[in-house]
Design a protein around this ligand. Structure first.
Ligand code: G6D
Length: 346
């Protein structure tokens, strides 16, 4: 078990570092302090071959230039907030419009575009962890109140990656964070994710307007291309579901129900468990040809995201579970990504 720190460049004179967490089985997770972004996850396939299973770049400059949110921490609020604003106690709060007049993923300089500080590195017998922090100031991207944010990445000897979020505002503000890795279990991006199989118990999705903002309506998934209850491949689902790919918030039937993504050819599987109400499945429908790690050109559907979170646009739909965090309250969220090989656990 160890944690290796390396310089990864600088932005406007401020150093950006990378940290690699490695367990005794050889699994590795690397993140950088710019956006707290996960840049690499090495996991074994059915033959024990360690390969990278997330989309990322080789250089900091590419991350600064291309905003696909590869591996980034997202906040204050993940997803879209319609019309870039909401009302709170009779007052209109205006946020930065950065997506067709709406507010997406925390705005122009969201948590994905700031440099996080590393507060603590811990190496134990069965796990290693790194705690990051960021102070989001009052008025940042239009959000009220100062918020001290902590995110802890933990890698265990059981090949589990835990992401724990904690945030404490000094004024009422919405907080709804996520992590935006694009997974591709084939390893080193050998193929796209259309043959990846997904199993997820989510009987409803949020209906979206034309610009992908939730309308407030929930739609049943049973028997549709959005029904992953029995497991289906992404490609199969797209045939009777969204032809261009998924970019939808699935409402989990139960928090912490396992969501299983698998790739038969490599034998890799990943189980996601979250204490959040929803998961946005985004299948990389707009990826462009940037050169990724290993010199592979990006392309649509080369990776998929499982962005665990509260309901998107909850600030504008009172019947959605609230994402407002009041002064003195503490926002907490936790998601575990467990990696294993299919014949071990099926
Ligand atoms: C697009 O609509 C999608 C988002 O869900 C995704 O997070 C982003 O691209 C990277 O805006």
């Amino acid at each position: 078990m160890d944690v290796i720190k390396k310089p990864f460049g600088e932005i406007d004179g401020e150093a950006v570092d990378s940290y690699t967490l490695r367990n005794d089985a050889g699994m590795e997770m690397t993140f950088m302090t710019f956006g707290g972004a996960i840049t690499k996850i090495l996991t074994p396939d059915k033959n024990g071959v360690l390969e990278n299973v997330v989309l990322g770049f080789d250089t900091l400059e590419q991350y600064v230039q291309h905003v696909h949110y590869y591996g980034a921490l997202i906040g204050r609020v993940a997803g879209r907030i319609g019309q870039a604003g909401y009302s709170s106690e009779g007052k209109k709060v205006e946020l930065t419009p950065n997506d067709s007049g709406n507010h997406l993923h925390g705005g122009k300089i969201g948590f994905n575009r700031v440099i996080w500080a590393v507060e603590e590195v811990s190496v134990e017998k069965e796990e290693v962890s790194v705690r990051l922090s960021y102070l989001s100031r009052d008025g940042e991207e239009g959000y009220p109140g100062n918020v001290k944010v902590d995110v802890t990445y933990t890698l265990t000897n059981g090949n589990e990656l835990l992401i724990q979020y904690e945030a404490e505002p000094d004024g009422d503000t919405p907080i709804n964070m996520t992590s935006h890795s694009y997974f591709n279990l084939s390893g080193a991006y050998k193929e796209d994710i259309l043959s990846h199989r997904l199993e997820m118990e989510a009987d409803r999705i949020l209906e979206l307007s034309g610009d992908k903002v939730p309308t407030g309506k929930l739609i049943p998934t049973e028997g549709t291309g959005f029904d992953f209850s029995e497991g289906q491949t992404i490609g199969e689902g797209m045939k009777s579901g969204p032809k261009e790919g998924y970019d939808h918030a699935f409402v989990l039937n139960k928090k912490n129900d396992p969501i299983v993504l698998s790739h038969e050819e490599s034998g890799r599987a990943m189980t996601v468990e979250t204490d959040q109400e929803a998961v946005v499945l985004y299948t990389g429908n707009h990826l462009t040809g940037d050169l990724l790690t290993g010199g592979v050109k990006g392309r649509e559907h080369l990776g998929l995201c499982l962005e665990t979170q509260g309901y998107p646009d909850a600030v504008n739909h009172p019947h959605f579970p609230s994402v407002m965090v009041k002064k003195g309250e503490v926002y907490k969220a936790s998601t575990t990504y467990s990696f294993h090989v299919l014949n071990e656990q099926g």
